[in-house]
Design a protein around this ligand. Structure first.
Ligand code: PEP
Length: 250
């Protein structure tokens, strides 16, 4: 969208060990002033790597995010992590409502919204994911599903600085399949309309990322679509060369 600086965010999912800091270092090295002038870059590694990555990236324009958090600030929630802990570790953002969380952990829109509110409570940027399944798309329900997720998952009181929406068709994640540019344009315009209805002017400035099988070879086409303000990238974000190849689309 005109006037919005795009963001390419890498979701490493459950991939990466301490030694993977080398990929972060390569990304930081390659993310030169020319690229950084055109787009922002963020890496969301497994939670155990967030603190070390944030430290490593602190002198660079690359930011670090988490992949999920609990809605509570602290307490008896064994194994969970609070948004405040991500803030304390140096994260700038937390992804919430990724389809793998919605599917593997049964997270409802209400749960996702509580998590997004927690991210804001901690002073971080919430990257809220939405997207339809293959069956839903084939049944012509894409806009219905995405509309319901947007209405139910997005937090009240958001600003253009602390909310990012990621449209990730579930059937495009990790499959090599992508929607057509026209399909992406349709859904992103629809999300933009909903954002403006919910937040007024702010809604016109919230970034809407596309996610699902983005790679260097298709990034230029997808990133050129109206209302696509960057990408959320899984597989291709694991290798600095691919990540930089996507950033080169700008
Ligand atoms: C994701 O899961 O956020 C994602 C977009 O994955 P991939 O790029 O591997 O399709």
């Amino acid at each position: 969208t005109t006037g919005i600086k795009p963001l390419v965010a890498g979701n490493w999912k459950m991939n990466g060990l301490k030694a993977s800091a080398g990929e972060l270092a390569a990304l930081i090295d390659g993310f030169d002033a020319g690229l950084a002038a055109k787009a922002d870059a963020m890496v969301c590694p497994p939670a155990l790597l967030v603190a070390a990555f944030a430290e490593k990236a602190s002198a660079s324009p690359v930011t670090v995010g988490g992949q999920d958090c609990h809605a509570a600030e602290k307490g008896a929630h064994t194994g969970d992590l609070a948004a405040e802990m991500f803030a304390d570790a140096g994260a700038a953002a937390v992804i919430v409502g990724h389809s793998e969380r919605r599917t593997d952990h049964g997270e409802s829109d209400a749960v996702v919204k509580d998590k997004a509110l927690a991210v804001h409570r901690a002073g971080l940027v919430a990257i809220v994911c939405v997207g339809e399944t293959k069956d839903e798309r084939e049944a012509g329900k894409t806009l219905d599903v995405v509309g319901t997720q947007v209405a139910g998952s997005l937090p009240e009181g958001a600003t253009a600085a602390n909310l990012i929406v990621a449209y990730e068709p579930v059937w495009a994640i990790g499959t090599g399949l992508t929607p057509t540019a026209d399909d992406v344009a349709e859904v992103h315009a629809f999300i933009r309309e909903k954002l403006v209805a919910m937040y007024g002017d702010v809604g016109g400035k919230v970034r809407i990322l596309y996610g699902g099988s983005v790679k260097p070879s298709n990034a230029s086409e997808l990133m050129a679509v109206a209302n696509v303000d960057g990408a959320l990238v899984g597989g291709a974000s694991l290798k600095a060369a691919d990540f930089l190849g996507i950033l080169a689309a700008y």
